[in-house]
Ligand binder design. Structure first.
Ligand SMILES: NC(=O)c1ccc[n+]([C@@H]2O[C@H](COP(=O)([O-])OP(=O)(O)OC[C@H]3O[C@@H](n4cnc5c(N)ncnc54)[C@H](OP(=O)(O)O)[C@@H]3O)[C@@H](O)[C@H]2O)c1
Length: 297
């Protein structure tokens, strides 16, 4: 089968589409015929040799953790899923024709494989940070970097919970944030004053890692009311860095309910064939993805 892999750390051009042995589902896992794979920033961070402490990498490394597809093998001890089911979830080496998943859920009716592949990591992260930041219905949450994959999910889940969100994004994404129920402003010079002009903030999330931790603490008045997922220097300012994943099946089950009720939608910014994984990485790395980029197999 075909899969995308790298044998050395480096830029997008280290990605190779290779012929590889098919993987098989061990105990507690399933194998899917992959129809689409989500492209997450962690994929290119690993390719560059970043974040190796949290995610050890053995070379050569098969890229990708999110996917949607059709179940074709079921490992020992797995219940509640059958060959032929359409599922989305997390696993290893998902930029491939077949991949093994360790966490999954059935896809909601009406969701395409392309769309479904964009959800797993994004909704797990969004639900985790909303829980960790401790924001309650009726309160106001500031989200720095609100138009990407994680931001898109945070905004919609927060809206569903009765939380007011102020989101920052580029000029091209202001209407997009409003369409997800948020109050919107641009990042860049003067952004703190623009947020103050909108209103007081009870808690804040740094999703972009753009060096704004000090300002988020100033706006909330308390480092314990701020969480970052993208700035490893945050703890130096007393702010928690969230990096330990929660339950993906629970997150997907909650997301599936919201998707089915039309309350959550992560748009596909662009879909690429497997042969263009390097272009998908370069585009993701440019830092302005709206929703999620995906590879179609
Ligand atoms: N720690 C964890 O568990 C965890 C989990 C998931 C992701 N992450 C990390 O979290 C980050 C976000 O992930 P993602 O999947 O949402 O990324 P993404 O989809 O690539 O989104 C990036 C977003 O950042 C925005 N942005 C760019 N420059 C900005 C700035 N100066 N200020 C504010 N926003 C800016 C962009 O908005 P515009 O296009 O509007 O400019 C874009 O929408 C990544 O660094 C990723 O590695 C960490």
């Amino acid at each position: 089968m075909k899969k995308v892999s790298f044998a050395e750390f480096g830029g997008p051009d280290v990605l190779q589409l290779i012929d590889a042995e098919e993987p098989h589902a061990g105990p507690g896992r399933i194998r899917i015929a992959v129809r689409a794979a989500g492209v997450n920033p962690v994929d290119w961070r690993l390719r560059e040799g970043q974040v190796l402490g949290a995610h050890p990498v053995e070379l050569p490394f098969g890229v990708g953790q999110d996917a949607a597809g059709v179940v074709d093998e079921i490992g020992e001890g797995v219940e509640g899923v059958e060959v032929g089911d359409r599922v989305f979830g997390e696993g290893t080496s998902t930029y491939a024709e077949f991949a093994v998943l360790g966490a999954w859920a059935r896809m909601p009716e009406g969701l395409s494989f392309e769309e479904a592949a964009g959800y797993p990591s994004v909704v797990e992260t969004a639900l985790r940070v909303l829980c960790e930041v401790g924001v309650r219905p009726g309160q106001t949450l500031l989200v720095s970097g609100a138009s990407g994959g994680v931001g898109s999910a945070v905004l919609q889940i927060a809206r569903e919970r009765g939380i007011t969100v102020i989101g920052t994004a580029g000029a091209a994404n202001q209407d997009y944030l409003r369409s997800l129920g948020a109050l919107a402003t641009t990042y860049g010079e003067g952004w703190v004053e623009r947020v103050r002009g909108i209103g007081p903030v009870d808690a804040a999330l740094d999703l972009a890692g753009s060096g704004v931790i000090r300002e988020l603490v100033e706006l909330t008045g308390d480092p314990r009311k701020v969480i970052s997922i993208a700035d490893l220097g945050a703890p130096d300012l007393g702010v928690r860095f969230s990096g330990v994943a929660g339950s993906v099946p629970d997150a997907l089950a909650e997301a599936a309910g919201l998707i089915a009720r039309g309350r959550l939608h992560i748009p596909v910014d662009k879909a690429y064939p497997l042969t263009e994984a390097a272009a998908a990485h370069a585009d993701s790395q440019a830092g302005h993805t709206r929703g999620r980029r995906v590879l179609v197999i």
